[in-house]
Design a binder for this molecule. Sequence first.
Ligand code: SAH
Length: 243
Amino acid sequence: MSNLWGMQRVSIASTQKYKSKIMLNQHQKHYLCRVLRLGKGDRFIAMDGRGKSWLAELTASTSARIIEALVQDTELGVEVTLMVALPKGNGFDNIVRCCTELGASSFVTVGSDRTLLKPSAHKLSRWRKIATSAAEQSERQIVPEVKVTTDFVTACDLNHQLTPNRYLCVGRGRAPHLLHRLENRQIGNIIIATGPEGGWSEGEIEIGCASGFQPVSLGKRILRSIIAPIFAMSLVAATLEKE
Ligand code: SAH
């Protein structure tokens, strides 16, 4: 296989690939040819964001041809969804960036009893861009999805009943540590929910537990809402990769 070290990664939509040909969009063309100064015959890695990637070669400034499919193994092996009550300001940007690097498969933002925020379409598209560039940078095969839900009940209903390992991070309680739960989990995917600055309300904790979420602790200190998901995701990645 070719030496892929340091090679630029570019996420492409399925509509951009036809057989062994890739049509680049304006942004990709600009980035590869103007910013990186690649030209005809230069190679890059194209990824579809859903698990497939290919070694590709620029044929002209608007297109590329696929040389070979790549087999890479940089994913965690189970899907990890982070359900995050949106923090104020741009706090979620960093959560998406760091947790994508750590291996998260998808993000679900939750409007909670203690947050009023409903993100704009502009923010959603920014988070998707952040997820894409973080996935490219950390050599992922998938680009995590970002979904928006208005409240915790809706978020709990999003097919999550099929996920065997669901954890609700609750500070100041007596819940077992997330690490302990992870070490004793069932085979299959994982969902972790973290609350807003003011914490989950009692009602939300009840709804979560009724929908099969197990309360967990992230330690004796109270973490800020922008740190809790990153810490939780770090524990998941470390647990899965040391096994
Ligand atoms: N203001 C709240 C804390 C909110 S922290 C209070 O004083 O209790 C924001 C979120 O991070 C919480 O809802 C929880 O999901 C998570 N979190 C922070 N520290 C945690 C801990 N030690 N254990 C479990 N969850 C924690």
